[in-house]
Design a protein around this ligand. Structure first.
Ligand SMILES: Cc1cc2nc3c(=O)[nH]c(=O)nc-3n(C[C@H](O)[C@H](O)[C@H](O)COP(=O)(O)OP(=O)(O)OC[C@H]3O[C@@H](n4cnc5c(N)ncnc54)[C@H](O)[C@@H]3O)c2cc1C
Length: 418
């Protein structure tokens, strides 16, 4: 077989797809296109780099040689602007036309700017790429007055970075009354709040950004919050979510929402076009609904699976098994662990308990099934909860068992595969 595969995006989803394609098909033409200027690096570790606790080298995963050795054509600094599905071609920003037999879109997302005047001013950073991390590290090192915006998983990284660099006067502005309010109650969030306060970060709740004020050179000098408070600012960092990079598919019949719709094997509705990673709105068989994950492990697995679907559709001797995966996301900035697993922000029914100053658990249920949760302080039961999620068992009526500090799957009245 000598099919040609084109992968847009060299994040973990795109890169692991390329690796799987090459392993399964030594003859295929494989092209990986990325608008970034460097090959795959560990996006999870860029926060450690920005904190100043890690040098650059360990952050890189592949160098250009890795692609050469596998005869994978890596195109850096190249943006794919359009897909011509009928002709099986992609078009780059330089109008280069690249044909494909199978196309994988693994383009992730781009940080959203705060909907406020001057949100693109100098001295305001967003956090997604290694280059962002370099800028953030440099700016955090020099800042005396910092503002952080966005009460989510990347916002807390920014708080940790600010704390590590001992920024004198740091304010973390959040919209609701707590950090990550979609997954945590006040009781759980308060553990995280205290940890951030211990780093010297001032938390501002029930707020938002009204305006960034700039000096004559267009550099940020003040932040005005939604309550009219004015914070002197020589550096601001914003993490309020992502716009998913779907524009390239706009002229195709692929169903686009805020992400790219795929089935449980990463196939879109358009023949020979697949998607993987953060950008997908995939059919999650486990919860029986459309879902989107934003985690490294999930993106990696989806990349491998998409490659298998591509190979299968080109007649390869490979079977693409449906995606059944419990994603997880941990925070390691504090002296206690934190992990969210599954769909922690979903659920119509919840159960939670505090076990100690820094130990707390919350579980989310939908239609009687466990769908996700958050563990603070003790992660030892995570694999048990993963098994319960994957079993799709009705367990919402056994909350007392699930909230026992140490519980064993045997104690649960359900059929769970060990
Ligand atoms: C600071 C930070 C910390 C994180 N910490 C964790 C963590 O602790 N645990 C965890 O599980 N996850 C974490 N994540 C999330 C995790 O990194 C992502 O879920 C994962 O990297 C997504 O991989 P992806 O391949 O789907 O997308 P991405 O890694 O976003 O890769 C997409 C690539 O496609 C490129 N691209 C986009 N459009 C085009 C185009 N049109 N043409 C060419 N190239 C294009 C982009 O530039 C990018 O390089 C973190 C993310 C960040 C930013």
């Amino acid at each position: 077989m000598s099919e040609s595969y084109v992968i847009v995006g060299d994040g973990v989803a795109g890169s692991s797809a390329a690796e799987t394609l090459r392993e399964e098909n030594p003859e295929a033409d494989i092209t990986v296109i990325t608008d970034e200027g460097e090959p795959l690096y560990n996006r999870i570790l860029i926060k450690e780099f920005a904190k100043g606790t890690m040098p650059e080298d360990p952050v890189f995963i592949h160098d250009e040689e890795w692609y050469e050795e596998r005869d994978i054509d890596l195109r850096l600094n190249t943006l794919v602007t359009n897909v011509r599905a009928d002709d099986h071609e992609v078009v780059t920003h330089e109008d280069e036309v690249i044909p494909y037999d199978g196309l994988l879109v693994a383009t992730g997302g781009t940080p959203i700017q705060a909907p406020a005047p001057n949100s693109d001013a100098n001295g305001i950073d967003h956090f997604w790429t290694f280059q962002d991390a370099r800028d953030i590290r440099e700016n955090a090192e020099e800042a005396d007055n910092a503002v952080i915006v966005g009460a989510g998983l990347l916002g807390i990284d920014l708080a940790a970075i600010v704390g590590k660099h001992d920024v004198e006067n740091a304010h973390y502005i959040m919209r609701g009354n707590r950090w990550w309010r979609y997954a945590l109650s006040i009781e759980g969030a308060e553990i995280m709040h205290q940890a951030m306060r211990d780093l010297g970060v001032n938390l501002v709740f029930e707020s938002g950004i009204d305006e960034f004020r700039v000096d004559d050179d267009g550099y940020i000098k003040e932040t005005v919050d939604a309550n009219g408070e004015v914070y002197p600012t020589d550096w601001a960092s914003v993490a309020i979510g992502l716009n998913f990079n779907i524009e390239l598919l706009q002229n195709t019949d692929v169903t686009l929402d805020w992400g790219i719709h795929v089935d449980e094997t990463m196939r879109t509705e358009e023949e020979d076009i697949y998607a993987a990673g953060d950008v997908t709105q995939f059919h999650d068989q486990v919860i029986g609904d459309t879902a989107q994950n934003g985690s490294w492990g999930s993106a990696q697995e989806q990349g491998k699976l998409a490659a298998k679907s591509m190979l299968e559709d080109q007649g390869g001797d490979v079977t693409a098994e449906p995606f059944r995966w419990v994603s997880s996301y941990s925070i390691t900035h504090f002296d206690f662990p934190f992990i969210s697993f599954g769909h922690a922000t979903r659920g119509t029914d919840h159960a939670e308990r505090k076990y100690g100053e820094q130990e707390w658990r919350r579980l989310a249920f939908d239609d009687g099934q466990l769908v996700g949760g958050v563990l603070i302080g003790d992660m030892s039961l995570q694999s048990q909860f993963n098994k319960i999620i994957l079993s799709e068992a009705q367990v919402a009526d056994q909350k007392d068992v699930l909230l026992q500090q140490d519980f064993d799957l045997d104690e649960l009245d359900a059929d769970i595969e060990e």
